[in-house]
Design a protein around this ligand. Sequence first.
Ligand SMILES: [Zn+2]
Length: 455
Amino acid sequence: MTAMLFKNGKIVSGSKTQKGDLRVVGEKIAEVGKELEPRPGEEVYNLEGCYLLPGIIDSHTHFSLEARGAVSDDDPHAGGVSALWGGVTTVIDYADFLPEKPIGEGIEKRKRVFSQCPVDYHFHLVLNKHFTTDRLPELEELVSMGITSLKLFTTYPEVGYMLKENLWPDILKKCKKIGLLVTVHAEDNSIVEDKTESYRKAGLLDFKYHSRHRPAESEVEAVKWLRGMVEKTGCPIYIVHISTSGAWEVLAEARDRGLPMLGETTPHYLLLDENLFNYPRAAKNMMTPPLRRGADQECLWKGLAGGSIDVVATDHCAFTEERKLTAENALEVLPGIPGVETLLPLTYSYGVEGNRFSVQRMVQVLSENPAKIFGLYPHKGSLEIGSDADLVVYDPRPQWVLKDEDLHSEAGYSPFSGLEIKGKVKLTMLRGEVKVRDGVFTGKASGGRLLKGRR
Ligand SMILES: [Zn+2]
């Protein structure tokens, strides 16, 4: 059983920052305070100069995603190992609604896929085009299984995700009633189809047109439409991967009026822009929604700092460069990039060291908020006594330049390579087990658990 005393650190949770010590006994945090005395048999870890943070929660990953006749290259084992290197101890991934089966079977199926995952995990259930309103009562079973959220799409008819417009009000009313959170991929599909079609006719399908095929206004219009749905039904909606200033403005305005709308953005919309699609081998850096303009990035940072965007997650969906580059044009690319391992270092380097927000705010958007929003708090996202001992020791002093070979995803590359990083994960602990320490993977490369949530 783990007995470990972290001493003399800056202990940062979403609610407070204190200098002091933290004791772990078994899988839990046992004590937090000043000048705690070591006990016999206990390992003492000197935190001098480092932050001690709650384990990071990536609330948007796609490990072994099956879509477009392909499976993404990081399975839950590889993705989870990569996560731990980056201080991520919990991921929230996706399960599908299976039309021929009871609703819980979608979760069970993914649980089997995750059996070798080394981080804890939870699932959003995707209600795809097969969902019909006679299945609505079954959503209550999800709640009793500990599932706290759904994922709905306003686009992607080609992969069967897009949900017909007339189903939305009934689903949202039901979710409001039973406390399921609705997360949404927001792009107006008719705008995407019209634009893509006109670019196709003009022969403009090169990678550099990706952001034109799926323009900013498609996201803005979808978020406006969703705002109307929230007004009509009162059901809270969480918009995933917000990429544009326009969508953020709609969200911020809705929140000012007290509407229950939540927002997530990702490191790639904060740090990369559409110019990347002009470079050779652009396909490897493509995801959907596309990268936007530099001006959008500043608005998203502002939203995070000011509180109108709640979460930074990654949308981690890794494919090798080789597989990405087989595409001949923007419409053929397998969309998605790796990200889980770089979530904390990038948010720290450009959020905290970039003077955009405090370390405490970073802990809110990377750990406390996702834990609260998806019903995992205070087991996760907290440094209170009795919380799971999911911990990250982050040393802010090393300065380095990110390189592909530093990372552990099966993708083998990172779109963020070349960026300067401040700080390094020195230790990652999951429920009392040290998984990564000083550049060595020391823990079991399995052992993650399916988490039950309650909202
Ligand atoms: Zn996604």
